[in-house]
Ligand binder design. Sequence first.
Ligand SMILES: *[C@@H]1O[C@H](CO)[C@@H](O)[C@H](O)[C@H]1NC(C)=O
Ligand SMILES: *[C@@H]1O[C@H](CO)[C@@H](O)[C@H](O)[C@H]1NC(C)=O
Ligand SMILES: *[C@@H]1O[C@H](CO)[C@@H](O)[C@H](O)[C@H]1NC(C)=O
Ligand SMILES: *[C@@H]1O[C@H](CO)[C@@H](O)[C@H](O)[C@H]1NC(C)=O
Ligand SMILES: *[C@@H]1O[C@H](CO)[C@@H](O)[C@H](O)[C@H]1NC(C)=O
Ligand SMILES: *[C@@H]1O[C@H](CO)[C@@H](O)[C@H](O)[C@H]1NC(C)=O
Ligand SMILES: *[C@@H]1O[C@H](CO)[C@@H](O)[C@H](O)[C@H]1NC(C)=O
Ligand SMILES: *[C@@H]1O[C@H](CO)[C@@H](O)[C@H](O)[C@H]1NC(C)=O
Ligand SMILES: *[C@@H]1O[C@H](CO)[C@@H](O)[C@H](O)[C@H]1NC(C)=O
Length: 545
Amino acid sequence: MSSLASLSSSCTPSTFSSLQVFGARILNIEALLVTNFSAPVANTFRIFQPSIQVQNASFCNVTVTYTHPGQQDEVTAQTWLPIGNWNGRLQAVGGAGWAAGAGGVPLSLELMKGAVGDGYVTITDDAGLTGGIEGVKDWGLLSPGNPNLYKINNLGAISINEQSIIGKALIRSFYGKGPEFSYWSGCSQGGRQGIMAAQRYPTAFDGIASACPALHIPDILASIQWPQQFMNSIGEHPYPCEIDALTAAAISACDPLDGLVDGIISDPSTCLHNFDPFSLIGTPISCFTTNTTVPISHAAAAVANATWHGPHDPSGRQMWYGIPQGADLTGGSSGRDQPGIAWTNCTAGPNSTCTGTNSFLSFPYLSLLVAKGDPSFNISNLTLSEFSALIHAGKQQYSSFLATDDPDLSAFRNAGGKLITIHGLADQQISPEGTLRYYKSVEKELRGDVKDFYRHFEIPGLAHCFGGRSGPPDGLWEQLRGWVEEGKPAPEESGVEVTGLDGEVQKRVVCAWPARGNGLGIERMIPGVYEATGLEALDHEEDHL
Ligand SMILES: *[C@@H]1O[C@H](CO)[C@@H](O)[C@H](O)[C@H]1NC(C)=O
Ligand SMILES: *[C@@H]1O[C@H](CO)[C@@H](O)[C@H](O)[C@H]1NC(C)=O
Ligand SMILES: *[C@@H]1O[C@H](CO)[C@@H](O)[C@H](O)[C@H]1NC(C)=O
Ligand SMILES: *[C@@H]1O[C@H](CO)[C@@H](O)[C@H](O)[C@H]1NC(C)=O
Ligand SMILES: *[C@@H]1O[C@H](CO)[C@@H](O)[C@H](O)[C@H]1NC(C)=O
Ligand SMILES: *[C@@H]1O[C@H](CO)[C@@H](O)[C@H](O)[C@H]1NC(C)=O
Ligand SMILES: *[C@@H]1O[C@H](CO)[C@@H](O)[C@H](O)[C@H]1NC(C)=O
Ligand SMILES: *[C@@H]1O[C@H](CO)[C@@H](O)[C@H](O)[C@H]1NC(C)=O
Ligand SMILES: *[C@@H]1O[C@H](CO)[C@@H](O)[C@H](O)[C@H]1NC(C)=O
């Protein structure tokens, strides 16, 4: 029997029956042979890897269900083991939104299809959660007053380690060896999961690629809820067209500050001081909401200002970073299939009136996990001090589960692990400042000894995971592999494709922090050169949080 035929015939549950996971009881193993699997996978979803047309792939699709005795949960891990072209490696993939992963999460599935097409064994795990990216509204509460702490912990950390353990065990059972190297790939929640692996399970993965990670969850949800909270508190909900007009005006004003007019703000923190939305009050704009010309209102300027500056507590102290100017605050660029954080829901026609829309990320967190479903706690109607107290309570209760901000990566470093993070500077959900803050905290904790195992890239023009004027840095994965496997130097720069104002696609270079591309991607600017070029404004403000 050829090894190919023998692998195909090994795709049965009995091949994997020795699987054991400490703390878990295996309930069922299903193994299905998949042949002639074809799918196009776009680099937009893979982020670190180029687009691929998967063709005629064969793999063993193993679904493991297990429970954590006493928790009464049922967790599903789905693993695809390539037949014929296994490259000796594991690529575990992350989830999105409130989903840890598994079959119902589109982003996880796209990552898996690409990985199996490249010959990786790939695995996703749902942490026992239901309901997809909005799932916390299903599983967040056991009953009013009782948040489901085990599920939160399984999402936060436990399932990530189990994914590594199960993936590696299935590989050994199926191929009789390996894997030689194990990797993590994910964005947003999936990006956070990768960093949690580096923090708590330092030997789980040799290489981790994390995009736009949802670190500091209790803080970032304050920023996500903030525009709605602000609108509720002033009792005004401006038209989305006004917010879009202010974003467009901010881009026009701040885009040239880097010397290149390309529709991209390459340094949003400088833009905050260079563009005043209040100066546009009264400017007539053509409004898609009302289908009329309307003047930009004071409320719209105030909402944009608040969203960009981030939540502030009653004493005026910034609670967390704002969303960068240039980011799409209403969801317009995605065809409004998902409302942006400052989206309002308006009636049609000239005398349109609007109401707030709650984010599926922040609203159920605040109402179910933090306020615990207490009906007397109306999240749509909080004073600023109530809001600030609620955010603080959330941090007290959930930071240890979800914040993923432990700066001590020494165990990961010592185990030889390599970590790459990227963050889009036009991210409309999660401030890129938080990811930079984490990188700096690791630098500080390890006394600067970071560049040999951790590199961070800011990507001008990239929105949350995908979208925006910049494409993904889709060559970084191969750079990570060279770094992990062949001792190649850490990546200093990587390529992206940017769509300019004229619609023309240009190749650009993005640089590992603290270097920054100059927008043209030919030369690089490094700190110390700013002064010489008169662009000292590009230096980041001192962190004041
Ligand atoms: C394999 O899939 C392709 C397209 O996905 C299809 O055209 C072809 O008929 C399939 N071949 C077999 C043997 O099933
Ligand atoms: C598809 O893959 C199968 C199994 O590897 C192989 O036998 C077959 O020749 C392939 N078909 C094509 C069209 O490449
Ligand atoms: C893998 O198996 C699971 C469980 O049976 C199934 O839901 C899923 O569609 C399968 N995936 C593929 C690509 O066949
Ligand atoms: C918008 O206004 C234009 C001109 O006033 C009119 O022709 C068009 O039908 C309107 N569209 C909608 C959706 O009301
Ligand atoms: C803009 O927001 C900042 C931060 O909350 C605030 O300090 C400032 O007063 C706001 N500007 C105006 C004109 O309201
Ligand atoms: C917008 O308002 C309409 C009418 O009140 C409602 O049916 C719809 O569900 C709302 N949409 C969102 C996203 O809130
Ligand atoms: C809109 O409101 C204005 C002023 O309140 C009123 O004069 C006008 O008739 C209203 N138009 C419609 C279509 O209701
Ligand atoms: C919560 O507050 C909002 C905004 O003030 C209001 O529309 C809604 O009716 C309130 N809900 C309850 C249950 O009181
Ligand atoms: C919340 O709603 C109540 C009544 O529904 C109202 O009296 C109160 O002023 C509202 N508070 C805020 C902050 O809007």
